[in-house]
Design a protein around this ligand. Structure first.
Ligand SMILES: [Zn+2]
Length: 64
């Protein structure tokens, strides 16, 4: 079984990070959203970042 992982790094990766953390400008955001519609790499990456953020948000240390 051959498993092909899209391990290519997108040139927009930096924007992706900024976007994921809600730190990019309106212009960047619009541009990146357009990019997302045709970039599987970023779409996948954004999804995993979102999952991670969700995991962190819901991480409630059970401190007594
Ligand atoms: Zn991309």
């Amino acid at each position: 079984m051959t498993r092909t992982m899209p391990h290519t790094t997108c040139t927009e990766r930096n924007t992706l990070i900024t976007y994921a953390y809600g730190e990019c400008s309106d212009e960047e955001q619009t541009r990146f959203e357009a990019h997302l519609t045709h970039c599987v790499i970023c779409a996948t990456e954004l999804e995993s970042i979102a999952l991670l953020q969700g995991a962190i948000d819901h991480m409630e240390p059970d401190r007594a």
